[in-house]
Design a binder for this molecule. Structure first.
Ligand code: HEM
Length: 440
């Protein structure tokens, strides 16, 4: 395999290569600290080594972290033939499938992306808001009253149902109850199972065998849904993503459609639920702001609700950085970087630059009402030709859930602010965002 097709090892780096400064700890320790305490260590490295620093993380190898908007813009605007994002996700291949937009690069990526993006467009997005509000209303009616509970699992349930109805377009109750438990387990697949995929003989034992069975069972029900959908009479009138993919190109294979569905589930479920969990965690601790948001919910002040969601995504980005592996050498931030190196535009660090966001630690939705931040400074959805395909849906969903919930209940915090924990790739509240909720 050529160097340009995988991550570069330390020994393959040119001897005279000058990389930005960075921690000198062994790669295993850097990786461990980064995996477990990302929100704590990244700002420390930033302060110590400056706006451009290098880290050594498994499995990416040598990586350069970028925190200045002008450098991040260079990456987002750079050629797809240089900045590969798909290869870095190869480890997700066994679950997402070979057609997944997240795993592809260059022409194949653009073709898949165009197809999925088209299915997300259109009038339908506005109607989605009502669907989400209804799902959230049903949910909040089941929240514990007047006693502490972790709200994150409840938000996961809403976000799973949003995917099932809006993306998969499943309406049949029997099929919904068949799918829910399988998909709940699928989204919980952890790093241990991912790493096992590198050693195919593990397939027959323990968690890897359980994963294989789960995947087979999930695929069976997804393929059944796709087959049924191909035959419905009102396909053209349906607004869910699967139906729109089918209308756009009925010749698409079932395998391709299945890979799109699983990708959208895994990319869209936990990210949105975790964003909402942080929003409730933080609002519960700011009664002044909470009252303002409740008023906005009562009065359908969507502009304010949008500003709240944007500020939450700025302060608590659930994905801390995006990755691009260099397929060709490139000069960036004053460094000549060889192919094989990974660059990390840091979402978490650029969104806390005091020059752009004064008092960056403060939750201040007003920032987003006073104007738009400069390019490449608010990037929770990444950027360029890899920007999140579900960004519009995520914004609609988060606002609709906030509105439906805060119209009905008051929330109060439980205990001290929660530390951040990394779950798979997302940063989540360490104790599940514990709150107390009571009817207003
Ligand atoms: C708050 C919620 C969400 C956040 C913070 C988020 C964040 C991101 C980020 C950071 C990326 C990588 C972008 C890059 O590499 O530049 C991404 C990619 C992606 N997201 Fe999201 N996402 C969210 C919700 C969703 C939803 C709801 C869906 C779909 C149902 C979705 C589907 C995707 C897909 C398909 C990609 C791959 C795009 C590509 O490679 O071309 N995301 N998202």
């Amino acid at each position: 395999m050529a160097v340009t097709e995988r991550f570069i090892t330390r020994r393959e780096l040119p001897a005279n290569l000058e990389l930005p400064p960075g921690p000198r700890l062994p790669a295993a320790i850097q990786t461990l600290v980064f995996m477990t305490h990302r929100t704590w260590i990244a700002p420390r490295w930033h302060r110590r080594y400056g706006d451009v620093f290098s880290v050594h993380l498994a499995p990416a190898g040598r990586a350069v972290v970028l925190t200045r908007p002008e450098h991040i813009r260079e990456v987002f605007a750079g050629p797809a033939s240089t900045f590969h994002a798909g290869e870095g996700n190869a480890i997700l291949g066994p679950i997402m499938g070979e057609h997944s937009v997240l795993l592809l690069d260059e022409d194949a990526h653009l073709a898949a992306r165009k197809r999925v993006m088209a299915a997300f467009r259109g009038e339908a997005m506005r109607g989605y808001s009502e669907v989400v509000e209804r799902l959230a209303e049903d949910q909040v009616a089941r929240w514990p009253v007047d006693r502490p509970f972790a709200v994150h699992p409840y938000l996961n349930e809403i976000s799973l149902d949003v995917i099932l109805r809006i993306v998969f377009g499943v309406t049949d109750e029997t099929r919904l109850s068949e799918m829910r438990p399988l998909l709940r387990r699928l989204v919980r697949i952890g790093p241990l199972v991912f790493l096992g995929w590198l050693y195919p003989w593990l397939d027959a034992v323990g968690p890897w065998r359980r994963f294989r069975r789960l995947k087979d069972a999930t695929d069976r029900v997804l393929y059944a849904e796709i087959a049924d959908r191909r035959t419905v009479a009102d396909l053209a009138g349906r607004t869910d993503v699967l139906s729109k993919l089918l209308v756009a190109d009925p010749a698409q294979s079932d395998a391709e459609l299945r890979d799109h569905l699983v990708t959208l589930l895994l990319a869209g479920h936990e990210t949105t639920a975790s964003t909402l969990a942080w929003t409730f965690h933080d609002l519960a601790r700011r009664p002044d702001l909470l009252r303002h948001v409740q008023r906005a919910a009562d009065e359908d002040d969507d502009a304010y609700l949008e500003a709240v969601v944007k500020e939450s995504m700025r302060l608590r980005p659930v994905i801390g950085q995006v990755a691009r592996r260099l397929a060709t050498p490139v000069r960036i931030a004053g460094y000549d970087l060889p192919a094989g190196i990974v660059v990390f535009p840091s979402i978490a660090l650029v969104q806390r630059r005091p020059s752009v966001f004064p008092s960056p630690e403060e939750f201040r939705p007003q920032r987003f009402l006073d104007g738009s931040p400069p390019p490449a400074t608010w990037i929770p959805f990444g950027g360029g030709i890899r920007r999140c395909l579900g960004a519009a849906l995520a914004m609609v969903e988060a606002q609709a859930v906030l509105k439906a919930v805060l119209r009905r209940v008051d929330i109060a915090p439980v205990g001290r602010p929660e530390w951040s924990k990394t779950r798979n790739i997302t940063t989540v509240p360490g104790r599940g965002a514990r709150i107390i909720s009571r009817p207003r």
